[in-house]
Design a protein. Structure first.
Length: 116
């Protein structure tokens, strides 16, 4: 991978229903860097539903999710509400975005761009 990017492509990096098991939502491909720009977590449990919590991690290749790489740390998302994170994080090849919830009422969508 050279020092300059020749192509930058915006895309939805991943979308998943969260569970109580930490899951990889996105993995940066070989020879690519990824720009994470937006994370939206929605609580789809409905009017009679419950609050859910979410934690999101940016994990270096070969690493594990921990407090050392937590981007969003155990944040409550009320029923019929959402959590919106916006910023800029850059990942290297093999790095992953991982997430976990305390139930099954949350969905995560991550947007950004891949640069090659």
């Amino acid at each position: 991978m050279s020092g300059e990017f020749t192509e930058l492509t915006g895309k939805k990096l991943g979308q998943a229903a969260l569970t109580t098991t930490i899951a990889i939502i996105y993995e940066t491909p070989v020879d690519t860097r990824t720009y994470i720009k937006d994370i939206m977590v929605t609580n789809h449990s409905g009017a009679s539903g419950s609050t859910g919590t979410v934690s999101v991690y940016i994990v270096s290749a070969g690493g594990a999710a921990s407090n050392d790489n937590e981007l969003i740390g155990t944040v409550k998302v009320l029923k019929q509400e959402y959590l919106h994170w916006s910023g800029l994080q850059i990942t290297n090849p093999g790095d992953t975005i991982q997430a976990v919830s305390d139930g099954t009422e949350l969905t995560i969508t991550i947007s950004g761009a891949e640069a090659v």
